[in-house]
Ligand binder design. Structure first.
Ligand SMILES: Nc1ncnc2c1ncn2[C@@H]1O[C@H](COP(=O)(O)OP(=O)(O)OP(=O)(O)O)[C@@H](O)[C@H]1O
Length: 992
């Protein structure tokens, strides 16, 4: 018996054609007996840990029925050729040609021996069932993956871990239940030339297994392009892992530039530091202006530096000459600009008027002179009358001073070169090096007209060059979570050299752009022999080089940690703008350049780094990196101690516990309304101004207050990241009500307490000390109250009794809804409040007992201004018409309020219905299991300096307060609360 060779490198001349194969099929039919069952869904697999319900596979169950067995096999019907095992088209040798297969004969049609099947065909029924079982097992264990693109290392790594691939072509599935045996065995991929038999068999088996999984959701998707449908799939199947973030703004040049503008907020010494050449999104007029200013100032620095450098290296004759074309005043011009700049940095200019205006033509002339000095070896005019040494000395000291205030001094040279990059292109396309402002503006202005965007970045003129050749470093890193941020750093990296020697006089891309996409277009020029011909080194070769030149410590101390800190910093700065979806990770490739002083400068971050085996270096490193990604992403999920390959954890954000004061002790005092009312209308404006002042104070102090309370070891950025949502509903429910009891105490203590429903409120009245304390606080800003009550709650400044009367539970959950116990005084106050609101909601038909005693009190009545009445009316209008509420109110109406316009009735009513609120009085609360009110405000708004009042403003608007009240939200809310306890004088009621 001939054995089939395991591999077939080339297709032979006499290879089997499709037609041949078809002709063979009747014969193959005889080689196996298959009992095909109709599509029967197998039993549903048990639920997986992730609670995913695995849908039964609706694939044909293939009965394992050997062709010739001792036990006779019953066939439902004669197997058709399609149902048989499939023979592999043999492309290799003649021994396996169809001519050599036994001709179809009656001796082995449907009863051929199993071993015969195995010999002649490559997918037997046994194998088929095995594949099915494997697919089912993978589905049960959530181990289905799809890979788009040629990421064989990932594929192999997953297959090795028992995963099964669902080919991307099978994403668009046919309706469940329609899959037939033919679907599985037909339409198999064609064998490619050069594909070995084994490879082909594996390919077909993968194809078949993929079809088994057609109706199963994918658990792991590796793609190199973002598609919306994938994220929709992920939303449907949250367990699905995707290797791409939908939003990663730092991966475009434009995005990186804008993300890193605010980097200073995220600086953490030793953790997040950043060297990024200054960069401008010049399509934005603001940044264009900044760029122009920076360009000019850089030219001034470069002019003086170039002059000093030449003077010291080549002597004064190399710089000065009586026939020089550059006027001596150019030195003066540059000098003055630097002095002005340093003065402004040191704030020495605050007592002076604006610096004199410099006309554009003066700048043009100077920039031209700079070009002459640097590029054309021009001389500065000097007739020998003036002594040069003092001037040179003062220039030197000025440039030294400038180093302090010019953080990117180390990367600037003398030429003032800038690199102009299309904002959203990659692979070096459209990148130009320029040193002329007019030309740069010409490019970017044109781009504005053509709607293509550019960024302009300072070119690193003094890079570290190896053997006179420029290089950059490609560094991979992995993000596995954005909230909290988790960054994995790859220990290996590789260097990419340019094919030509470095020169600043030649601006050609082959000299300055070191990325592979550009360099592969050029043959290597005359360079040092020690450079690699494929223009790549791995980091180990670079380390060896550094060791050779005695600078190995620079790798350990500056380059490697510097790259890591830059990546962490960049991620922290961009974290806010990345998706927060779980089960998403991404491998990024960052490009760094090393400066002469060995500091790494971030150039760019790529979202789909080239992982092709383009050179021997990448051929070794890329597959390894991909395998390591699988280790981090897959293995570590189940085993925290799993091997991580070359990845190391660079940053794991620590989420600090929610600060105790956060949203807990914010409250609005209702007392201020009385003060305002007592002062009469004439002082209204004054008080309004006062409040505005307080609000602005609060605005600026919110951040300071917070930072002061936060433990110093906790960095701002971390806090900033992990800030919980400030829940206005919760906040108001609790703190808008609490002061009610306090403020009411001052009122109610004067009032006869007839109403039984008022009793709980009165019992809840805090002590006089607390009242006065609250009174004192009433005029302060909310932020001040925040810290005061924080102290109070932590028992710092108040007596135990006071704490008891005012303190609230120390820690609250983030979810909103009333959580105060029924014995809590605040609770009872809240009830009171509710009832009183109902009073108004009854639209005059009913009234509350609580209100009765109060209305008789003239002192209280006079305290109600027309405006307040309007607010009350508004509340009434808001709540009016909710007849169910009114019906629940008891007691005869004391006042017959006029029929008020119900302009906001509809919305409020629907709100009540839809949000599960059971009374308008509970506007501040909700049913414990009801949905949230639509008044949740992100605390980050507060953090960023927006006034807390703004938050209240929003809240008040949600509470349907009138425009006048919204002008002063604190007062408005207090009005509302107080108003609920105050009665309206009959005289204040509109007639009718
Ligand atoms: N500020 C800079 N200073 C010096 N060289 C730079 C600077 N920016 C970019 N380069 C050089 O230009 C090359 C291409 O730049 P960059 O990576 O930004 O372009 P790209 O189009 O995104 O390329 P790729 O997609 O291949 O990374 C870099 O490899 C680097 O050698």
């Amino acid at each position: 018996m001939q054995t089939r060779p395991s591999s077939e490198p080339h297709r032979s001349r006499d290879q089997v054609t499709d037609g041949d194969r078809n002709r063979d099929q009747p014969q193959k039919c005889a080689s196996a007996t298959l009992a095909k069952k109709p599509v029967t869904p197998p039993a549903a697999p048990p639920p997986t840990p992730s609670n995913r319900v695995v849908a039964p596979l609706t694939v044909p169950v293939i009965q394992l029925t050997p062709a010739q067995s001792d036990s006779p096999v019953k066939l439902a019907r004669p197997a058709t050729p399609k149902e048989t095992a499939i023979s592999v088209p043999d492309h290799s040798n003649k021994e396996n040609q169809p001519a050599r297969t036994p001709p179809p004969s009656k001796s082995c049609p449907l009863g051929a021996p199993t071993n015969y099947v195995a010999r002649r065909t490559w997918i037997t029924t046994e194998r088929m069932n095995e594949l099915r079982r494997k697919a089912q097992e993978a589905a049960k264990q959530n181990k289905i993956f799809t890979i788009r693109g040629c990421f064989n290392s990932v594929r192999n790594a997953l297959l090795m871990r028992g995963w099964v691939e669902k080919l991307d072509v099978h994403r668009k599935v046919m309706p469940a239940g329609q899959m037939t045996y033919e679907d599985l065995t037909q339409r198999l991929p064609k064998r490619k030339a050069g594909e070995t038999r084994r490879q082909y068999v594996q390919k077909c088996e993968r194809n078949i297994m993929s079809r088994f999984l057609e109706h199963m959701p994918v658990d792991f998707l590796w793609t190199n392009r973002k598609e919306k449908c994938d994220y929709i799939d992920q939303a449907k199947n949250p367990g699905m892992t995707i290797n791409k973030f939908h939003r990663a703004p730092f991966t475009s040049k434009e995005g990186l530039c804008s993300q890193l503008r605010d980097f200073h907020w995220f600086f953490e010494e030793g953790t997040a530091e950043m060297y990024f050449p200054r960069c401008y999104n010049v399509w934005s007029p603001e940044e264009l202006g900044e760029f122009i200013e920076n360009f000019k100032l850089t030219a001034c620095v470069a002019f003086l530096r170039a002059m000093l450098c030449k003077y010291h290296k080549q002597g004064s004759d190399a710089v000065f000459s009586c026939s020089g074309k550059i006027p001596y005043s150019a030195i003066d011009f540059a000098y003055k600009r630097l002095v002005e700049y340093i003065d402004s940095c040191q704030h020495n200019d605050i007592d002076f008027e604006d610096p004199p205006k410099i006309w554009e033509h003066d700048w043009d002339a100077f920039l031209f002179q700079h070009q002459q000095l640097v590029n054309e070896d021009g001389r500065i005019q000097h007739d020998g009358g003036q002594r040069l040494e003092p001037m040179v000395k003062s220039c030197l000291s000025l440039v030294d001073k400038m180093k302090v205030h010019w953080p990117q001094y180390s990367l600037d040279g003398y030429q003032n070169m800038w690199i102009v990059k299309p904002a959203n292109k990659c692979r070096g396309r459209g990148i130009i090096l320029m040193d002329n402002l007019k030309k740069i503006l010409g490019v970017v202005n044109l781009s504005i007209a053509s709607k293509s965007r550019y960024v302009v970045q300072k070119y690193i003129e003094r890079p570290l060059i190896l053997f006179q050749t420029k290089f950059d470093i490609r560094q991979w890193f992995l993000i596995t979570n954005t909230q909290p941020l988790v960054v994995w750093f790859y220990r290996e990296s590789y260097l990419r050299f340019s094919s030509q020697e470095y020169s600043l006089s030649n601006h050609h891309e082959s000299v300055h752009l070191t990325n592979y996409a550009i360099q592969k277009k050029y043959t290597n020029g005359k360079r040092d022999k020690r450079l690699p011909s494929e223009n790549m080194w791995d980091c180990y070769s670079f380390q060896a080089y550094l060791r050779q030149i005695g600078k190995y410590n620079m790798w350990l101390e500056r380059i490697f940690p510097g790259m890591r800190k830059a990546i962490v910093g960049c991620m922290l700065a961009s974290q806010e703008n990345m998706d927060r979806r779980p089960n998403t990770f991404e491998l990024f490739g960052a490009d760094f350049m090393i400066c002469e002083n060995f500091y790494p400068w971030l150039i760019e971050i790529n979202s789909s780094p080239d992982l092709g085996a383009t050179t021997s270096v990448t051929a070794r490193m890329c597959p390894q990196c991909l395998e390591d990604v699988v280790k981090v992403v897959i293995d570590r999920r189940t085993d925290p101690k799993a091997e991580l390959g070359n990845f190391e954890l660079a940053y794991r954000q620590v989420v600090p516990p929610t600060p105790a004061y956060m949203g807990l002790n914010l409250f609005v005092k209702g007392k201020q309304v009385l003060q305002k009312a007592n002062h009469g209308g004439g002082h209204g404006h004054y008080y309004y101004q006062q409040q505005r002042k307080e609000r602005s104070l609060a605005t600026s102090s919110v951040y300071r207050q917070r930072s002061a309370i936060i433990h110093p070891a906790t960095s701002i950025s971390r806090i900033h990241r992990a800030m919980p949502t400030f829940n206005a509903t919760e906040y108001m429910e609790k703190y808008m009500v609490e002061p009610l009891s306090s403020s009411r105490s001052s009122l109610c203590s004067q009032l006869p307490q007839k109403s039984p429903s008022a009793a709980p409120a009165l019992t809840a009245t805090p002590s006089g000390a607390t009242s006065s304390y609250i009174l004192k606080q009433a005029g302060r800003s909310i932020t001040q109250l925040l810290s005061a009550t924080h102290k109070r709650n932590t028992g710092g400044s108040l007596s135990g009794e006071q704490v008891q009367s005012t303190a609230l539970p120390p820690k609250r959950q983030r979810s909103c809804g009333p959580r105060l116990s029924s014995t809590n005084p605040v609770e009872s106050t809240e009830k009171k409040f509710k009832i009183l609101i109902k009073n108004y909601s009854s639209n005059g038909n009913e009234n509350m007992q609580d209100a009765r005693p109060e209305v008789a009190n003239s002192a209280t009545a006079t305290a109600i201004s027309e405006r307040k009445w309007r607010s009350l009316r508004n509340i009434a209008a808001t709540a009016g018409g909710s007849s169910n509420l009114a019906a629940r109110s008891k007691g005869p109406p004391l006042i017959a309020p006029p029929s008020l316009p119900t302009r906001r009735l509809t919305r409020t009513k629907s709100e009540i219905d839809s949000t599960g609120m059971h009374a308008i009085g509970r506007t501040f609360g909700r049913k414990s299991n009801g949905p949230r009110l639509p008044i949740s405000i992100s605390v980050q708004a507060l953090h960023r300096g927006e006034p807390i009042v703004a938050a209240l403003k929003q809240a008040t608007s949600e509470l349907q307060l009138s425009q006048a009240q919204m002008m002063s939200p604190r007062t408005a809310l207090a009005n509302k609360l107080n108003g609920s306890t105050l009665m309206v004088p009959a005289s204040a009621l509109p007639v009718g």
